[in-house]
Design a protein around this ligand. Structure first.
Ligand SMILES: Nc1ncnc2c1ncn2[C@@H]1O[C@H](COP(=O)(O)OP(=O)(O)OP(=O)(O)O)[C@@H](O)[C@H]1O
Ligand SMILES: [Mg+2]
Length: 273
């Protein structure tokens, strides 16, 4: 039976789709059979990030309408043959799918896969409810800025209301800017952990590599970028391996920003907390 995760956030544009694609690829590279579900109906871009937009024949709407089964609608990744995508439709709306439809789709697929990862749309409306309904674990993505964290906090409250226990909600901090951390202008991991009162499952630096990869339709994990390790570490933690969060920092150091992330993590502790 697959473990089902949803990648969500309060604020839009914080990196959900990027993280869904890269963590999905990392798990597939580790030999897991992975299905990514694009729940961002009406906008969709998981297919573009994965370079699969020209291979789509059916979408999640065809599955909901009963035209095809969920399995028949899957698109197989070109390189990672154990990675599949259930695409969203661009010409539909989120109201055409219900949380029960999503649960049915996941229950049809869960026997076939080790992991199912659902990419949630921004906001807390129907699309969000569709995305979180069938998942067991939620990864809440935030950037280290107050508006993003306060939106993440709101989403965490909603997840708790939906019945997610705290240990099934994890935080990913994306787009850390080393220079700002060095100047003390950016919130620290501890600031974020204290505000959200949940574990951080990964820290990802802000990097041009992500933008270049997105434009090419090849996730960073597949093109040997230095950032790959950050996504791989999240994948390993999802698999239950104990990978210290400091591993994410070491990666950042070897990427040429030595010492800066160290400061990011030790600043608060050094203040005698
Ligand atoms: N770590 C990063 N470094 C640099 N750019 C990034 C990083 N993560 C994401 N981005 C860029 O930020 C933009 C938004 O990312 P993405 O589409 O993954 O966010 P999202 O949360 O899925 O957005 P939406 O809420 O619209 O679905 C993209 O252009 C992406 O390439
Ligand atoms: Mg997205």
């Amino acid at each position: 039976m697959a473990k089902t995760l949803v990648i969500t956030s309060g604020k839009g544009g914080v990196g959900k789709t990027t993280i869904a694609a890269n963590v999905g690829c990392a798990l597939a590279q580790m030999g897991e059979k992975v299905c990514l579900i694009d729940a961002d109906i009406g906008l969709k871009n998981l297919d573009v990030v994965l370079g699969l937009e020209n291979r789509i024949v059916y979408t999640i709407i065809d599955v909901v309408n009963g035209a095809v089964s969920a399995k028949e609608a899957l698109v197989r990744h070109k390189i990672l043959r154990n990675l599949y995508l259930l695409p969203a439709s661009q010409i539909a709306t989120k109201e055409m799918v219900s949380p029960d439809d999503m649960k049915r789709i996941v229950s049809d697929l869960e026997k076939e896969f080790d992991y199912i990862i659902i990419d949630s749309p921004a906001g807390i409306e129907r699309g969000f409810r569709n995305a979180v309904a069938p998942a067991e674990v939620a990864l809440v993505v935030t950037t280290p800025e107050v508006p993003s964290i306060s939106d993440a906090d709101r989403v965490i409250g909603l997840l708790e209301n939906f019945g997610y226990p705290d240990e099934k909600i994890k935080v990913v901090v994306n787009r850390i800017k080393p220079k700002m951390v060095k100047r003390g202008d950016m919130l620290t991991k501890e600031d974020i952990e204290t505000t959200l009162a949940l574990d951080i499952i990964g820290v990802i630096p802000d990097s041009e590599e992500v933008i270049i990869a997105t434009n090419k339709g090849i996730p960073v994990v597949l093109n040997g970028a230095s950032l790959s390790r950050n996504f791989e570490n999240i994948a390993r933690r999802i698999k239950g391996e104990r990978v210290p969060i400091e591993e994410d920092i070491k990666v950042a150091e070897s990427g040429g920003i030595f010492g800066i992330f160290k400061g990011f993590f030790s600043r608060k502790r050094g203040e005698g907390r």
